[in-house]
Design a protein around this ligand. Structure first.
Ligand SMILES: NC(=O)c1ccc[n+]([C@@H]2O[C@H](COP(=O)([O-])OP(=O)(O)OC[C@H]3O[C@@H](n4cnc5c(N)ncnc54)[C@H](O)[C@@H]3O)[C@@H](O)[C@H]2O)c1
Ligand SMILES: [Zn+2]
Length: 377
Protein backbone atom coordinates (compact mmCIF):
# COMPACT_ATOMS: atom_id res chain seq x y z
CA UNK A 1 0.00 0.00 0.00
CA UNK A 2 1.41 3.40 -0.96
CA UNK A 3 1.85 5.84 1.90
CA UNK A 4 0.40 9.30 1.76
CA UNK A 5 1.96 12.58 2.78
CA UNK A 6 -0.32 15.42 3.82
CA UNK A 7 1.09 18.86 4.42
CA UNK A 8 -0.31 21.07 7.18
CA UNK A 9 0.54 24.74 6.83
CA UNK A 10 -0.71 27.72 8.77
CA UNK A 11 -2.23 30.65 6.96
CA UNK A 12 -2.14 33.04 9.88
CA UNK A 13 1.56 32.48 10.58
CA UNK A 14 3.86 34.57 8.40
CA UNK A 15 6.85 32.37 9.19
CA UNK A 16 5.19 29.79 6.91
CA UNK A 17 5.22 27.03 9.53
CA UNK A 18 4.31 23.68 8.03
CA UNK A 19 4.86 19.98 8.56
CA UNK A 20 4.10 16.65 6.97
CA UNK A 21 1.83 13.87 8.21
CA UNK A 22 3.04 10.52 6.85
CA UNK A 23 0.27 7.94 6.68
CA UNK A 24 0.94 4.37 5.60
CA UNK A 25 2.27 0.95 6.54
CA UNK A 26 5.73 -0.14 7.75
CA UNK A 27 6.69 3.45 8.55
CA UNK A 28 7.61 2.81 12.20
CA UNK A 29 10.01 0.02 11.24
CA UNK A 30 12.07 2.38 9.16
CA UNK A 31 11.50 5.96 10.29
CA UNK A 32 15.00 7.17 9.48
CA UNK A 33 13.99 7.99 5.91
CA UNK A 34 11.37 10.44 7.16
CA UNK A 35 13.24 11.68 10.21
CA UNK A 36 16.88 11.81 9.07
CA UNK A 37 17.10 15.59 8.79
CA UNK A 38 15.56 16.05 12.27
CA UNK A 39 17.66 13.48 14.12
CA UNK A 40 21.14 13.59 12.68
CA UNK A 41 23.76 14.26 15.41
CA UNK A 42 21.12 15.34 17.94
CA UNK A 43 20.11 14.10 21.33
CA UNK A 44 16.86 12.23 20.91
CA UNK A 45 14.47 11.59 23.78
CA UNK A 46 11.77 9.07 23.00
CA UNK A 47 8.86 9.33 25.44
CA UNK A 48 6.94 6.14 24.85
CA UNK A 49 3.80 4.44 26.13
CA UNK A 50 4.81 1.70 28.58
CA UNK A 51 2.69 -0.69 26.52
CA UNK A 52 5.75 -0.81 24.23
CA UNK A 53 9.09 -2.06 25.45
CA UNK A 54 12.44 -2.85 23.87
CA UNK A 55 12.35 -6.30 25.44
CA UNK A 56 8.96 -7.31 24.06
CA UNK A 57 9.60 -10.24 21.74
CA UNK A 58 6.16 -10.16 20.16
CA UNK A 59 5.68 -6.44 19.67
CA UNK A 60 8.85 -5.19 18.01
CA UNK A 61 7.69 -1.73 16.97
CA UNK A 62 9.60 0.26 19.58
CA UNK A 63 12.72 -1.87 19.21
CA UNK A 64 12.83 -1.46 15.43
CA UNK A 65 12.01 2.23 15.66
CA UNK A 66 14.90 2.84 18.07
CA UNK A 67 17.33 0.77 16.00
CA UNK A 68 16.52 2.80 12.93
CA UNK A 69 16.89 6.14 14.77
CA UNK A 70 20.25 5.03 16.19
CA UNK A 71 21.68 4.87 12.68
CA UNK A 72 21.73 8.68 12.69
CA UNK A 73 22.06 9.58 16.35
CA UNK A 74 24.16 7.86 18.97
CA UNK A 75 22.46 9.72 21.83
CA UNK A 76 19.04 8.17 22.19
CA UNK A 77 17.27 8.19 25.58
CA UNK A 78 14.04 6.41 26.38
CA UNK A 79 11.44 7.38 28.96
CA UNK A 80 8.40 5.23 29.54
CA UNK A 81 5.00 6.42 30.82
CA UNK A 82 1.69 4.57 31.11
CA UNK A 83 -1.19 5.36 28.75
CA UNK A 84 -4.54 6.43 30.20
CA UNK A 85 -5.67 9.91 31.19
CA UNK A 86 -4.43 9.59 34.78
CA UNK A 87 -0.89 10.02 33.43
CA UNK A 88 -1.65 13.46 32.01
CA UNK A 89 -0.95 15.27 35.27
CA UNK A 90 1.52 17.68 36.82
CA UNK A 91 3.31 14.86 38.68
CA UNK A 92 4.22 12.96 35.50
CA UNK A 93 5.02 16.23 33.75
CA UNK A 94 7.50 17.17 36.46
CA UNK A 95 9.11 13.73 36.44
CA UNK A 96 9.58 13.84 32.67
CA UNK A 97 11.07 17.33 32.77
CA UNK A 98 13.59 16.50 35.51
CA UNK A 99 14.63 13.30 33.71
CA UNK A 100 15.06 15.02 30.38
CA UNK A 101 17.09 17.87 31.88
CA UNK A 102 19.40 15.31 33.46
CA UNK A 103 20.32 14.17 29.93
CA UNK A 104 21.90 17.62 29.42
CA UNK A 105 19.84 18.41 26.39
CA UNK A 106 20.13 21.59 24.34
CA UNK A 107 17.71 23.49 22.13
CA UNK A 108 18.63 21.30 19.14
CA UNK A 109 17.54 18.14 20.95
CA UNK A 110 14.40 16.41 19.75
CA UNK A 111 11.57 14.75 21.66
CA UNK A 112 9.64 11.94 20.01
CA UNK A 113 6.20 11.06 21.40
CA UNK A 114 5.59 7.36 20.75
CA UNK A 115 2.14 6.32 21.97
CA UNK A 116 -1.50 7.36 22.11
CA UNK A 117 -3.05 10.75 22.73
CA UNK A 118 -1.95 10.76 26.36
CA UNK A 119 1.74 10.36 25.52
CA UNK A 120 1.39 12.81 22.62
CA UNK A 121 -0.29 15.48 24.74
CA UNK A 122 2.11 15.33 27.68
CA UNK A 123 5.29 14.82 25.61
CA UNK A 124 4.19 17.65 23.32
CA UNK A 125 3.69 19.90 26.32
CA UNK A 126 7.12 19.01 27.74
CA UNK A 127 8.60 19.98 24.34
CA UNK A 128 6.69 23.25 24.40
CA UNK A 129 8.08 24.37 27.74
CA UNK A 130 11.45 22.71 28.30
CA UNK A 131 14.27 25.19 27.61
CA UNK A 132 11.38 27.44 26.48
CA UNK A 133 10.52 25.07 23.67
CA UNK A 134 12.29 22.40 21.61
CA UNK A 135 11.16 20.41 18.59
CA UNK A 136 9.13 17.25 18.74
CA UNK A 137 7.75 14.54 16.47
CA UNK A 138 4.54 12.60 16.93
CA UNK A 139 4.35 8.85 16.36
CA UNK A 140 0.71 8.15 17.27
CA UNK A 141 -0.07 4.50 18.04
CA UNK A 142 -3.84 4.63 18.69
CA UNK A 143 -6.54 5.38 16.15
CA UNK A 144 -7.66 8.36 18.21
CA UNK A 145 -4.20 9.88 18.22
CA UNK A 146 -3.70 9.24 14.50
CA UNK A 147 -6.95 10.90 13.48
CA UNK A 148 -6.99 13.68 16.02
CA UNK A 149 -4.57 14.45 18.85
CA UNK A 150 -1.27 14.14 16.93
CA UNK A 151 -2.18 16.92 14.54
CA UNK A 152 -3.02 20.54 15.15
CA UNK A 153 -0.48 21.27 17.90
CA UNK A 154 -2.66 21.23 21.01
CA UNK A 155 -0.54 19.88 23.85
CA UNK A 156 -1.20 19.73 27.57
CA UNK A 157 -2.22 18.00 30.74
CA UNK A 158 -5.27 17.84 33.00
CA UNK A 159 -5.78 19.86 36.17
CA UNK A 160 -7.76 18.65 39.18
CA UNK A 161 -10.33 21.28 38.15
CA UNK A 162 -10.76 19.89 34.67
CA UNK A 163 -9.42 18.29 31.55
CA UNK A 164 -6.76 19.83 29.31
CA UNK A 165 -6.78 23.10 31.26
CA UNK A 166 -2.97 23.43 31.29
CA UNK A 167 -1.19 23.47 27.95
CA UNK A 168 0.31 25.20 24.96
CA UNK A 169 -0.03 25.30 21.22
CA UNK A 170 3.12 23.65 19.91
CA UNK A 171 3.24 22.13 16.43
CA UNK A 172 5.26 18.95 15.75
CA UNK A 173 7.98 18.76 13.10
CA UNK A 174 6.36 15.69 11.59
CA UNK A 175 3.72 13.04 12.29
CA UNK A 176 4.20 9.36 11.44
CA UNK A 177 0.96 7.36 11.39
CA UNK A 178 1.53 3.68 10.75
CA UNK A 179 -1.54 1.49 10.18
CA UNK A 180 0.28 -1.70 11.28
CA UNK A 181 0.72 -0.52 14.86
CA UNK A 182 -3.06 -0.40 15.28
CA UNK A 183 -3.29 -4.20 15.05
CA UNK A 184 -2.57 -4.64 18.76
CA UNK A 185 -4.99 -1.94 19.87
CA UNK A 186 -7.82 -3.30 22.06
CA UNK A 187 -11.19 -3.19 20.30
CA UNK A 188 -12.55 -0.76 22.87
CA UNK A 189 -9.73 1.73 22.17
CA UNK A 190 -10.17 1.31 18.41
CA UNK A 191 -13.89 2.05 18.65
CA UNK A 192 -13.19 5.05 20.86
CA UNK A 193 -11.01 6.48 18.09
CA UNK A 194 -13.87 6.08 15.64
CA UNK A 195 -15.94 8.52 17.71
CA UNK A 196 -13.56 11.32 16.66
CA UNK A 197 -13.68 10.06 13.06
CA UNK A 198 -17.48 10.23 12.96
CA UNK A 199 -17.16 13.71 14.48
CA UNK A 200 -15.40 14.98 11.32
CA UNK A 201 -18.24 13.79 9.10
CA UNK A 202 -20.75 15.45 11.39
CA UNK A 203 -18.87 18.75 11.52
CA UNK A 204 -18.46 19.36 7.84
CA UNK A 205 -18.54 16.36 5.51
CA UNK A 206 -21.78 14.47 5.03
CA UNK A 207 -20.28 12.33 2.25
CA UNK A 208 -17.58 11.07 4.66
CA UNK A 209 -20.32 10.29 7.20
CA UNK A 210 -22.19 8.34 4.51
CA UNK A 211 -19.01 6.50 3.52
CA UNK A 212 -18.57 5.41 7.17
CA UNK A 213 -22.18 4.17 7.23
CA UNK A 214 -21.53 2.16 4.06
CA UNK A 215 -18.10 0.75 4.96
CA UNK A 216 -18.59 -0.01 8.65
CA UNK A 217 -18.16 -3.79 8.27
CA UNK A 218 -14.75 -3.48 6.62
CA UNK A 219 -13.73 -0.89 9.20
CA UNK A 220 -14.60 -3.24 12.06
CA UNK A 221 -12.47 -5.90 10.35
CA UNK A 222 -9.51 -3.45 10.29
CA UNK A 223 -9.26 -3.47 6.51
CA UNK A 224 -5.94 -1.61 6.07
CA UNK A 225 -6.96 0.28 2.96
CA UNK A 226 -10.13 1.54 4.66
CA UNK A 227 -8.13 2.43 7.77
CA UNK A 228 -5.71 4.46 5.72
CA UNK A 229 -8.64 6.26 4.08
CA UNK A 230 -10.12 7.01 7.52
CA UNK A 231 -6.86 8.43 8.88
CA UNK A 232 -6.13 10.41 5.70
CA UNK A 233 -9.63 11.88 5.43
CA UNK A 234 -9.75 12.77 9.14
CA UNK A 235 -6.35 14.47 8.97
CA UNK A 236 -7.39 16.37 5.85
CA UNK A 237 -10.53 17.71 7.52
CA UNK A 238 -8.72 18.62 10.73
CA UNK A 239 -5.76 20.20 8.88
CA UNK A 240 -8.12 22.31 6.77
CA UNK A 241 -9.76 23.67 9.91
CA UNK A 242 -6.61 24.29 11.99
CA UNK A 243 -4.61 25.88 9.20
CA UNK A 244 -6.97 28.86 9.21
CA UNK A 245 -7.34 29.06 12.97
CA UNK A 246 -4.31 27.60 14.75
CA UNK A 247 -5.08 29.19 18.15
CA UNK A 248 -8.84 28.52 18.11
CA UNK A 249 -10.21 32.00 17.75
CA UNK A 250 -13.07 30.87 15.50
CA UNK A 251 -13.75 27.85 13.29
CA UNK A 252 -11.41 25.49 15.18
CA UNK A 253 -13.94 25.42 18.02
CA UNK A 254 -16.10 23.20 15.77
CA UNK A 255 -13.65 20.35 16.48
CA UNK A 256 -15.04 20.48 19.99
CA UNK A 257 -18.38 19.04 18.90
CA UNK A 258 -19.64 16.92 21.81
CA UNK A 259 -16.62 17.78 23.97
CA UNK A 260 -18.31 20.10 26.50
CA UNK A 261 -20.50 17.19 27.53
CA UNK A 262 -17.62 14.71 27.12
CA UNK A 263 -15.17 16.55 29.36
CA UNK A 264 -17.79 16.83 32.12
CA UNK A 265 -18.56 13.11 31.84
CA UNK A 266 -14.85 12.29 32.00
CA UNK A 267 -14.47 14.49 35.07
CA UNK A 268 -17.20 12.57 36.90
CA UNK A 269 -15.71 9.31 35.63
CA UNK A 270 -12.55 10.39 37.49
CA UNK A 271 -10.31 9.43 34.53
CA UNK A 272 -10.19 5.93 35.99
CA UNK A 273 -10.91 4.00 32.81
CA UNK A 274 -14.65 3.49 33.37
CA UNK A 275 -15.15 5.88 30.49
CA UNK A 276 -12.39 6.60 28.02
CA UNK A 277 -12.18 9.81 26.02
CA UNK A 278 -13.68 8.53 22.76
CA UNK A 279 -16.61 6.94 24.61
CA UNK A 280 -17.32 10.21 26.41
CA UNK A 281 -17.10 11.94 23.01
CA UNK A 282 -19.60 9.49 21.55
CA UNK A 283 -22.13 10.26 24.31
CA UNK A 284 -21.25 13.97 24.09
CA UNK A 285 -21.88 14.15 20.35
CA UNK A 286 -25.22 12.35 20.67
CA UNK A 287 -26.19 14.83 23.40
CA UNK A 288 -25.08 17.78 21.25
CA UNK A 289 -27.27 16.47 18.44
CA UNK A 290 -30.21 15.91 20.81
CA UNK A 291 -29.74 19.39 22.26
CA UNK A 292 -29.67 20.80 18.69
CA UNK A 293 -32.98 19.03 18.05
CA UNK A 294 -34.37 20.25 21.39
CA UNK A 295 -33.59 23.84 20.35
CA UNK A 296 -35.10 23.29 16.90
CA UNK A 297 -31.87 23.28 14.88
CA UNK A 298 -31.99 19.76 13.40
CA UNK A 299 -34.41 16.93 12.60
CA UNK A 300 -35.22 13.89 14.71
CA UNK A 301 -34.14 11.56 11.91
CA UNK A 302 -30.61 13.05 12.10
CA UNK A 303 -30.33 12.01 15.77
CA UNK A 304 -31.38 8.47 15.01
CA UNK A 305 -28.99 8.16 12.11
CA UNK A 306 -26.06 9.46 14.18
CA UNK A 307 -26.80 7.22 17.19
CA UNK A 308 -27.14 4.29 14.78
CA UNK A 309 -23.63 4.77 13.43
CA UNK A 310 -22.09 5.03 16.90
CA UNK A 311 -23.94 1.87 17.95
CA UNK A 312 -22.52 -0.03 14.96
CA UNK A 313 -19.11 0.51 16.55
CA UNK A 314 -20.33 -0.47 19.99
CA UNK A 315 -20.07 3.07 21.32
CA UNK A 316 -22.31 4.46 24.09
CA UNK A 317 -24.86 7.06 23.00
CA UNK A 318 -26.55 8.23 26.21
CA UNK A 319 -26.17 8.59 29.96
CA UNK A 320 -27.99 5.24 30.31
CA UNK A 321 -24.69 3.44 30.03
CA UNK A 322 -23.27 5.37 32.96
CA UNK A 323 -25.98 5.53 35.59
CA UNK A 324 -23.37 4.75 38.26
CA UNK A 325 -21.79 8.21 37.90
CA UNK A 326 -24.83 9.74 39.70
CA UNK A 327 -24.93 12.83 37.50
CA UNK A 328 -27.42 15.70 37.75
CA UNK A 329 -28.09 18.70 35.51
CA UNK A 330 -26.82 21.10 38.21
CA UNK A 331 -23.57 19.16 38.62
CA UNK A 332 -23.01 19.02 34.87
CA UNK A 333 -23.72 22.72 34.34
CA UNK A 334 -21.23 23.55 37.11
CA UNK A 335 -18.62 21.62 35.10
CA UNK A 336 -19.57 23.26 31.78
CA UNK A 337 -18.54 26.59 33.34
CA UNK A 338 -14.87 25.50 33.13
CA UNK A 339 -15.05 24.92 29.39
CA UNK A 340 -12.40 26.87 27.48
CA UNK A 341 -14.88 27.97 24.78
CA UNK A 342 -16.92 30.08 27.18
CA UNK A 343 -16.59 33.86 27.08
CA UNK A 344 -17.75 36.41 29.64
CA UNK A 345 -19.49 33.81 31.79
CA UNK A 346 -21.70 32.67 28.93
CA UNK A 347 -21.85 29.02 27.94
CA UNK A 348 -20.91 28.09 24.38
CA UNK A 349 -21.83 24.80 22.72
CA UNK A 350 -21.10 23.38 19.29
CA UNK A 351 -24.42 22.32 17.79
CA UNK A 352 -25.62 20.98 14.44
CA UNK A 353 -28.07 22.14 11.81
CA UNK A 354 -27.99 18.63 10.34
CA UNK A 355 -25.29 16.10 9.45
CA UNK A 356 -22.19 17.91 8.16
CA UNK A 357 -23.34 21.28 9.48
CA UNK A 358 -21.88 22.17 12.89
CA UNK A 359 -21.93 25.72 14.19
CA UNK A 360 -20.87 27.64 17.30
CA UNK A 361 -23.82 28.50 19.54
CA UNK A 362 -22.89 31.23 22.04
CA UNK A 363 -24.85 32.37 25.05
CA UNK A 364 -26.74 29.13 25.67
CA UNK A 365 -29.78 29.63 27.92
CA UNK A 366 -29.25 27.86 31.27
CA UNK A 367 -33.00 27.15 31.59
CA UNK A 368 -33.06 25.42 28.20
CA UNK A 369 -29.99 23.44 29.14
CA UNK A 370 -31.39 22.41 32.53
CA UNK A 371 -34.68 21.32 30.99
CA UNK A 372 -32.84 19.33 28.35
CA UNK A 373 -30.45 17.63 30.79
CA UNK A 374 -33.23 16.76 33.26
CA UNK A 375 -34.89 14.88 30.41
CA UNK A 376 -31.69 13.05 29.41
CA UNK A 377 -30.23 11.98 32.74
N1 LIG B 1 -4.32 17.33 21.56
C1 LIG B 1 -5.45 17.13 20.96
O1 LIG B 1 -5.81 17.84 20.01
C2 LIG B 1 -6.34 16.01 21.41
C3 LIG B 1 -7.42 15.61 20.61
C4 LIG B 1 -8.18 14.51 21.02
C5 LIG B 1 -7.86 13.84 22.19
N2 LIG B 1 -6.81 14.27 22.95
C6 LIG B 1 -6.43 13.56 24.17
O2 LIG B 1 -5.99 12.26 23.80
C7 LIG B 1 -6.15 11.40 24.93
C8 LIG B 1 -6.76 10.10 24.50
O3 LIG B 1 -5.88 9.47 23.61
P1 LIG B 1 -5.96 7.90 23.36
O4 LIG B 1 -7.36 7.50 23.16
O5 LIG B 1 -4.95 7.60 22.32
O6 LIG B 1 -5.56 7.31 24.80
P2 LIG B 1 -4.21 6.69 25.42
O7 LIG B 1 -3.02 7.41 24.97
O8 LIG B 1 -4.47 6.57 26.87
O9 LIG B 1 -4.16 5.22 24.77
C9 LIG B 1 -5.22 4.33 25.03
C10 LIG B 1 -4.70 2.97 25.55
O10 LIG B 1 -4.10 2.25 24.49
C11 LIG B 1 -2.78 1.80 24.86
N3 LIG B 1 -2.03 1.74 23.59
C12 LIG B 1 -1.47 2.74 22.89
N4 LIG B 1 -1.07 2.30 21.68
C13 LIG B 1 -1.35 0.96 21.64
C14 LIG B 1 -1.18 -0.04 20.66
N5 LIG B 1 -0.70 0.24 19.44
N6 LIG B 1 -1.57 -1.30 20.97
C15 LIG B 1 -2.13 -1.59 22.18
N7 LIG B 1 -2.34 -0.68 23.14
C16 LIG B 1 -1.95 0.59 22.86
C17 LIG B 1 -2.33 2.78 25.90
O11 LIG B 1 -1.36 2.24 26.75
C18 LIG B 1 -3.64 3.09 26.64
O12 LIG B 1 -3.89 2.09 27.59
C19 LIG B 1 -7.02 12.16 25.93
O13 LIG B 1 -6.22 12.61 26.99
C20 LIG B 1 -7.54 13.33 25.13
O14 LIG B 1 -7.80 14.46 25.92
C21 LIG B 1 -6.05 15.33 22.58
ZN1 LIG C 1 -11.52 14.49 21.60
Amino acid sequence: MKSKILNVSFNEDFSKKSYNIHIGTDLILNPKIILRKFIEKRKIIIIHDSYFSLQDNKNKYLYKFVESIKEYSSNVYLLSIPGGDKTKDIFHLNKLIENILSFEIDRESLIIAFGGGVVGDIAGFVSAIILRGINFVQVPTTLLSQVDSSIGGKTGINSKIGKNLIGAFHQPLAVISDMNVLESLPKREFNAGLAEVIKYGLIKDISFFEWLEKEYKDIIRLNQLKLQTIVTKSCEIKAEIVKNDEKEKGERALLNLGHTFAHAIEYFGNHDGRIIHGEAVSIGICLALKFSYFLGFCREEDLKRVANLFEKFNLPTSFNNFKNLSLSSAKLIERFKFDKKNKQNQLTFILNKGIGKSFVHNNVDINDLTQFLDKEI
